[in-house]
Write a protein that binds this ligand. Structure first.
Ligand SMILES: [Mn+2]
Length: 477
């Protein structure tokens, strides 16, 4: 390449979101983040992923922190770098679809509190479930000049997921008005030479920047990034080394060094990255000795490639089998997973479809008869309530599980009959409201948010603080 063809690769740093979500169950508190923000801000990252995904739930539920307050503090400490969040389409950051007015208000408040880039995905890759969030981001961009809508495709394998499928979908994403595309490979299924083909195919259909997000679970991720970068990918997601590898992302410093002196040179300062790594290393040690970080999540798990299931789904399944004293059924359940996935229209396996398929596979094996018992979520999936799957679902299974029932063909929010919800939510939580954003916390996690509001109020009034349990930070109310 000549001087003219220089194309510095950009990096999104995931230390404040996915890295700790993947390795320590999203338990990094804000106080660990704040002292290092100014150094993170100096690196020149494309963006800092710091919010959304499971961070919202974990802040309220386990850390007794206001997630909105965390976002404002991060924004305060990060002056120039863009802040990025992960958003589950019509489900926002929760586990059910919401009406459009809630989606729109959440997007507006996220941007107002400091988010620049919103990465939006749907567990079925049903683009209709992404439209409200994309439109809301674009509306906010027009109004305030801030906001960037990135649509993420959940990457998966299967007969229907051809190169043409990915390339055509990239084109549709561009037509929907998104600013960029992300390939979201939550299980580390994208292998290096396949990445070359995938990026090349998608680039032939869209001019939008393409970002690649993967996990190290299967051990191929840094090679996959290398091939993807050579094929023209624009941004890669990495984690600073003490919280990289295993079920997290490839290490930032390694990728920076790999491209040094090439046309893809990031120009980032390795000494500065070393200072950031030095900061997080003692915290990593602390997490290892407390057991919050397990060596199990740090190795290579090749089963993820064999069975095409995300690491988190495997560990859920093992604990479900343990509870039933049925750990000997592990291999049988692993073989049942692809069959259930096929029955349900071959969806990608990502929250919540991964839990639905995994739990149903466990039931099918434990009850000794397939679909003798179906979960509510399996039934809703078969009813079409999550949206449209890439392939038709099994008629035989539909007839057995929901015989004669109505099935839905519209997007998830319409199938659930949702129009406007905000006013109702506001009235339900009025007594706890201290800031506009509280209604959104309540909308996503009514019980958990209410418990948090009570805890917050007790702290503010300083009553009975001695009765607070300092170990798990619960407060008797
Ligand atoms: Mn991820």
């Amino acid at each position: 390449m000549s001087e003219i063809e220089k194309k510095p690769i950009k990096i999104t740093e995931t230390i404040l979101r996915d890295a700790h979500q993947s390795l320590i169950a999203t338990r990094m508190p804000t106080e660990i983040m704040l002292p290092i923000l100014s150094k993170l801000d100096q690196v020149g990252y494309h963006s800092l992923e710091c919010w959304g995904g499971a961070t919202f739930d974990a802040s309220l539920r386990f850390l007794k922190e206001d997630p909105w307050d965390r976002l404002r503090k991060i924004r305060d400490g990060v002056k120039k770098t863009k802040l990025q969040m992960l958003f589950r389409g019509q489900n926002i950051l929760g586990y059910r679809p919401y009406a459009d007015d809630v989606v729109e208000y959440f997007v507006q408040k996220s941007i107002a509190n400091g988010i620049d880039i919103i990465r939006i995905f749907d567990c079925l890759n049903d683009l209709r479930n992404l439209k409200a969030a994309v439109d809301a981001t674009n509306k906010e961009k027009e109004r305030s000049g801030k906001g960037h809508a990135q649509i993420a495709l959940s990457y998966t394998l299967g007969d229907a997921y051809t190169l043409d499928y990915w390339a055509d979908t990239a084109k549709k994403i561009e037509e929907m008005g998104a600013d960029s595309i992300c390939i979201k490979d939550m299980a580390g299924l994208l292998v290096p030479y396949r990445a070359t083909e995938l990026i090349t195919a998608m680039k032939s259909q869209t001019k939008l920047p393409i970002q690649l997000h993967t996990h190290y679970t299967s051990g191929v991720a840094s090679m996959t990034y290398l091939k993807a970068v050579e094929a023209g990918v624009d941004v890669i997601d990495c984690a600073i080394s003490p919280f990289a590898l295993g079920t997290s992302q490839p290490a930032t410093e390694v990728m920076v060094e790999t491209f040094k002196g090439t046309p893809y040179d990031t120009g980032y300062d390795q000494n500065l990255l070393a200072e950031i790594a030095d900061y997080f290393r003692p915290y990593r040690e602390e997490c290892l000795s407390s057991g919050l970080m397990s060596t199990k999540s740090l190795g290579v798990n090749i089963k993820t490639l064999l069975y095409q299931v995300p690491g988190g789904m495997l560990s859920n399944m093992i604990s479900q089998l343990k509870e039933q004293n049925a750990e000997d059924k592990y291999e049988e359940v692993l073989k049942e997973i692809p069959r259930v996935r096929k029955d349900l229209g071959e969806p990608p396996l990502v929250t919540p479809s991964s839990q639905i398929v995994g739990t149903q596979a466990v039931f099918n094996v434990l009850y000794g008869e397939r679909y003798k018992m179906a979960t509510k979520e399996t039934k809703d999936m078969l009813r079409g309530k999550y949206g449209q799957t890439i392939k038709p679902m099994s008629q035989e299974v539909i007839d057995k599980v929901i015989p004669g029932e109505q099935r839905f063909t519209e997007r998830s929010a319409d199938a659930a009959g949702l129009t406007n919800e905000l006013d109702k939510l506001e009235s339900e939580m009025a007594e706890w409201k201290q800031q506009d954003e509280d209604v959104l916390s309540y909308a996503l996690f009514p019980q958990v948010a209410t418990d948090f509001f009570k805890y917050r109020e007790a702290q503010q009034s300083k009553v009975d603080l001695t009765k607070a349990n300092q170990d798990d930070k619960t407060y008797p109310v």
